[in-house]
Design a protein around this ligand. Structure first.
Ligand SMILES: [Zn+2]
Length: 84
């Protein structure tokens, strides 16, 4: 679900500053398992920040390249050591 502004959510100003969030920006809010996810709207890959060939998973975007990288990985592999 896309929402406009987050004034009613009472997110601490320190968090907003760290995340560079503008209270009046656009955000996605969703539920994954037993968690509520609030994410600033950005149309880029969660892992590599690419803006092309994106696949949407709930509030997250993942590019085709990263989907393939995840698909080809083995249990225990560490991907994106310098990323997220
Ligand atoms: Zn990517």
């Amino acid at each position: 679900m896309r929402i406009k502004g987050i004034d009613n959510l009472k997110i601490p100003d320190e968090y907003l500053r760290i995340l560079h969030w503008d209270k009046n920006g656009e955000f996605y809010i969703g539920i994954i398992n037993d968690s509520i996810i609030i994410k600033k709207r950005d149309d880029c890959c969660l892992f590599c920040r690419s803006v092309v060939n994106l696949v949407r998973y709930d509030v997250f975007n993942v590019c085709r390249h990263c989907v393939e990288k995840l698909y080809e990985s083995n249990v225990g592999d560490v991907l994106y050591k310098e990323g997220i």
